[in-house]
Design a protein around this ligand. Structure first.
Ligand SMILES: *[C@@H]1O[C@H](CO)[C@@H](O)[C@H](O)[C@H]1NC(C)=O
Ligand SMILES: *[C@@H]1O[C@H](CO)[C@@H](O)[C@H](O)[C@H]1NC(C)=O
Ligand SMILES: *[C@@H]1O[C@H](CO)[C@@H](O)[C@H](O)[C@H]1NC(C)=O
Ligand SMILES: *[C@@H]1O[C@H](CO)[C@@H](O)[C@H](O)[C@H]1NC(C)=O
Ligand SMILES: *[C@@H]1O[C@H](CO)[C@@H](O)[C@H](O)[C@H]1NC(C)=O
Ligand SMILES: *[C@@H]1O[C@H](CO)[C@@H](O)[C@H](O)[C@H]1NC(C)=O
Length: 577
C-alpha cells in the first residue's frame, strides 16, 4: 500500500496557551469554549491551590457542584476594584445570589487585574470539614464557573446576573490528572519528540447503524527504539458526537499474514480477519471527555525495539448519525515519541468484564453492581518469572452510558487492600486516563476486581455486555511499570448458584434463557436470586498475552471471599460532616 496519508508522521507543534502558565502550576484547563476562563491548580497532601485567569474586569465565580448543577454548590466569588481584591467563601442554594458561608475556608493569596483580565489565587484544604463546603476527593469533581463584566455593588452585595454565556460546568479529576510538563515548550522536549498518527481513512459514518471499525497498520521504520511519552485524541471537528470510543492495540504477527491485504484497510471489527480481532495489547485510548495524557517524566512505553510488536489496530466505535448522510471521519489517536529513553518501561493490562451475555444487567435498577475478577493464577501466569511487583500509575475506565460508579480493587490473600481507584461520582461523559497520586503496587499472587455500578432505570429490557450503546462494558486499562508478559485479564460469572423462581437449580445451558425470559419488572424473587447468584457462583478469568505469539489461559475458581482493609477515615473532628 503506497498511500501513507492515514499514518502521518509530524514534527512536533507546540501549542501555546493564551496566557503565561504561572510557573508553579503544573495543572491547567480552559473551562469555557471561548478561552476566557483558565483554571490553574496544584496540590500537596492536604491543600489545593487554584489560580483563575479570566478575561473580565468584573467578578469571577468558581465552585464545586454537588450534582453538576449551579446549585447546590460550594463557591468562591472574587473581584478586583480600585486595586483591592474582594473575595469570599459562599454556597449556592437556588436560583438566587450565593449565600456567604459562616466558616470562611478558602483563603485568597492575591488578586489583581492585568490587561488580560482578572487573576485570583486562593487555597483551601481538600476537606474543610465545613458542611457548607464540598470536600475535594478522588471522585469526579463537577467544577462550575461564572463571570460578569461588572463588579457587584459592594455595599448591598447584589450579584448581577452572569447570563447564560458566561457560566458553565465541567468535569475534572483535580488530583488524578497528568501534568503539563514544564519543558513542553522547550527545545529539549520538542527537538527529540515527534508524533505518529493512527487515523481512520475517510470512513463514512452510517446514518442508522452503529459501527465498530478496525483499521490495520504496519509500523513504519522508526529508526530504532523509542518511547511513547504522550497520547491524545485527534478528533475531526464536529464528529465528537458520533464517537463512542477509540482504542489502539498492537501485536506481533507471523509470516503467514499477507500484510499488504491488511495494512491501511478498514474492517468491521467483529468480522475482521483473526489477525485484527486478536490483536489486543492496549496501547492508547480515548473515550468521551478524554484529553491528552502525558506519561510521568520517568516513564515511557517502548516502540520500535526489535522485540516490540509491529502490527497496530485502531478500533473506533461510531454512533449512528441519526440523519446526516455522507459524514466522513478521519479521527484517531496521536502518539508522541522520543528517542531520549526514560528510566521505566510501562505497559497496559486490560481488566474487567468479558464482553458477553454473562455481563448481565436487569432493567429498572437504580443501582446494580457487576464485578469481574482477574484471578490469582491468571495474574501469576501474567508475571511469568518476574517477581518484582507492578507499580500501577494510571487507570482509564471504559463503560457505556449507564455507569455511575466504578472501582478497581486489589485483593491480597483474603484481604482487600486500599483500592487502586474508586469513583463514586463517575461520569460516562468523562472517561479520561487518570494518573494516580502515588503508585500502587500489585504483587505476584494478588487478585484484581473491577466493579461497575449501573443505573438501568431508563431501560425496560435487560442490558447485556456488548460493543454497542444498547449494551454495556466494564473495563479498566491499567498503566503500570515494569511491563510484564500479560496484556489482559477478563472475568465473568458462571451463574452456577442461580436458582429459578421456585428455588430450583438452573442448568448452565438454560441460564441465558432463564435470565432473558424473566420479567424483572415484576419478579422480585428472581431479582434477589440473581444478586445471590452473582455473590456466590464460581468465577472465570481469561488471561492473554500478545508477547511474541498470542497465548492465553483460563481459570475457574471459587467466588473470592475476603475482608476489607480500606483507606483512612475522614480527618474531620467528630460530629463534622
Ligand atoms: C479524505 O478525503 C479528502 C477529500 O477527498 C482528502 O483531501 C483527504 O486527504 C482524505 N484523507 C485521508 C486520511 O485519506
Ligand atoms: C501544603 O500546602 C499548604 C498550602 O499552601 C501549606 O500550608 C502546607 O504547609 C503544605 N503542606 C506540606 C506538607 O507541604
Ligand atoms: C441538583 O440538585 C438540585 C436541587 O436538589 C436540582 O434542582 C437539580 O435539578 C439537580 N441537578 C441534577 C443534574 O441532578
Ligand atoms: C467520594 O470519595 C471519598 C473518598 O475518596 C468517599 O469517602 C466519598 O464517600 C465519595 N463519595 C461521594 C459521593 O462523595
Ligand atoms: C499479498 O496480497 C497482494 C494483494 O492482494 C497480492 O498482490 C500479493 O501477491 C500477495 N502476496 C503473497 C505473498 O501472497
Ligand atoms: C431476549 O428476549 C427477548 C424477548 O423478551 C427477545 O426479543 C430476544 O431476542 C432475546 N434475546 C436473545 C439474545 O435471545
Amino acid at each position: 500500500m503506497s498511500n501513507w496519508s492515514f499514518l502521518v508522521i509530524h514534527t512536533i507543534l507546540v501549542c501555546v496557551i493564551a496566557q503565561m502558565p504561572t510557573a508553579d502550576f503544573p495543572y491547567v484547563r480552559t473551562l469555557d469554549k471561548n478561552g476566557k476562563f483558565v483554571l490553574y491548580w496544584n496540590f500537596n497532601d492536604t491543600h489545593i491551590t487554584f489560580e483563575v485567569q479570566v478575561r473580565t474586569f468584573g467578578y469571577v465565580g468558581l465552585g464545586i457542584s454537588r450534582n453538576g448543577s449551579m446549585y447546590p454548590a460550594d463557591v468562591v466569588l472574587g473581584w478586583v476594584h480600585n486595586d483591592l481584591a474582594y473575595f469570599g467563601d459562599y454556597h449556592t442554594v437556588g436560583k438566587m445570589s450565593p449565600v456567604m458561608d459562616i466558616s470562611q475556608d478558602w483563603t485568597l493569596l492575591y488578586g489583581y487585574e492585568t490587561s488580560f483580565g482578572t487573576v485570583l489565587r486562593f487555597v483551601r484544604k481538600f476537606d474543610t470539614c465545613d458542611p457548607e463546603d464540598v470536600p475535594i476527593t478522588e471522585n469526579t469533581t463537577r467544577i462550575i464557573y461564572s463571570f460578569q463584566d461588572r463588579d457587584p455593588d459592594t455595599d448591598k452585595f447584589q450579584l448581577l446576573w452572569h447570563g447564560k454565556e458566561n457560566r458553565g460546568s465541567v468535569n475534572l479529576h483535580l488530583t488524578q490528572t497528568s501534568a503539563l510538563p514544564y519543558d513542553v515548550a522547550s527545545s529539549q522536549w520538542s527537538s527529540t519528540a515527534w508524533t505518529l498518527d493512527f487515523i481512520n481513512n475517510n470512513f463514512t459514518i452510517h446514518e442508522q447503524r452503529e459501527t465498530y471499525r478496525c483499521v490495520g497498520f504496519y509500523l513504519p521504520d522508526l529508526g530504532g527504539k523509542s518511547h511513547i511519552i504522550k497520547f491524545e485524541p485527534k478528533i475531526d471537528a464536529g464528529n465528537e458526537e458520533y464517537l463512542q470510543g477509540i482504542s489502539l492495540y498492537r501485536c506481533n504477527i507471523g509470516d503467514a499474514v499477507n500484510v499488504s491485504q491488511i495494512h491501511g484497510h478498514g474492517f468491521n471489527c467483529l468480522e475482521a480477519p483473526p489477525v485484527i480481532q486478536y490483536c489486543k495489547e492496549f496501547l492508547a485510548g480515548w473515550a468521551p471527555g478524554g484529553e491528552a495524557f502525558y506519561l510521568p517524566e520517568n516513564v515511557g512505553i517502548s516502540v520500535g525495539d526489535s522485540n516490540d510488536p509491529v502490527f497496530y489496530v485502531l478500533s473506533t466505535q461510531y454512533r449512528a448519525t441519526g440523519g446526516p448522510q455522507g459524514i466522513k471521519d478521519t479521527s484517531g489517536l496521536r502518539l508522541t515519541l522520543t528517542r531520549s529513553l526514560r528510566q521505566q518501561e510501562a505497559g497496559f493490562i486490560d481488566v474487567g468484564s468479558y464482553i458477553s451475555w454473562q455481563h448481565f444487567l436487569p432493567p429498572r435498577e437504580p443501582e446494580f453492581t457487576t464485578k469481574a475478577y482477574c484471578s490469582q493464577r491468571c495474574l501469576m501466569w501474567g508475571f511469568k518469572d518476574a517477581l518484582d511487583p507492578m507499580n500501577v500509575i494510571g487507570v482509564m475506565f471504559k463503560t457505556h452510558s449507564l455507569a455511575k460508579a466504578v472501582a478497581l480493587r486489589v485483593i491480597r490473600d483474603r484481604t482487600e487492600m486500599p483500592w487502586i481507584m474508586k469513583d463514586d461520582k463517575y461520569s460516562p461523559n468523562y472517561q479520561i486516563m487518570r494518573l494516580l497520586r502515588k503508585p500502587v503496587t500489585v504483587q505476584k499472587g494478588d487478585r484484581l476486581s473491577v466493579e461497575c455500578t449501573y443505573d438501568t432505570s431508563s431501560r425496560t429490557r435487560s442490558t447485556l455486555g456488548g460493543y454497542f450503546s444498547e449494551n454495556e462494558v466494564c473495563r479498566a486499562y491499567i498503566l503500570y511499570y515494569p511491563k510484564k508478559f500479560i496484556d489482559g485479564c477478563l472475568g465473568w460469572s458462571s451463574y452456577d448458584q442461580l436458582r429459578g423462581r421456585f428455588q430450583e437449580p438452573v442448568l448452565p445451558e438454560d441460564t441465558f434463557t432463564y435470565l432473558n425470559s424473566t420479567d424483572w419488572l415484576r419478579d422480585q424473587q428472581m431479582s434477589r436470586n440473581l444478586v445471590i447468584a452473582l455473590a456466590t457462583s464460581t468465577e472465570h478469568s481469561f488471561c492473554y498475552s500478545n508477547n511474541q505469539a498470542p497465548q492465553n489461559a483460563f481459570d475457574h475458581f471459587d467466588h473470592p471471599q475476603y475482608s476489607t482493609r480500606l483507606t483512612a477515615p475522614s480527618t474531620c473532628p467528630q460530629g463534622a460532616v
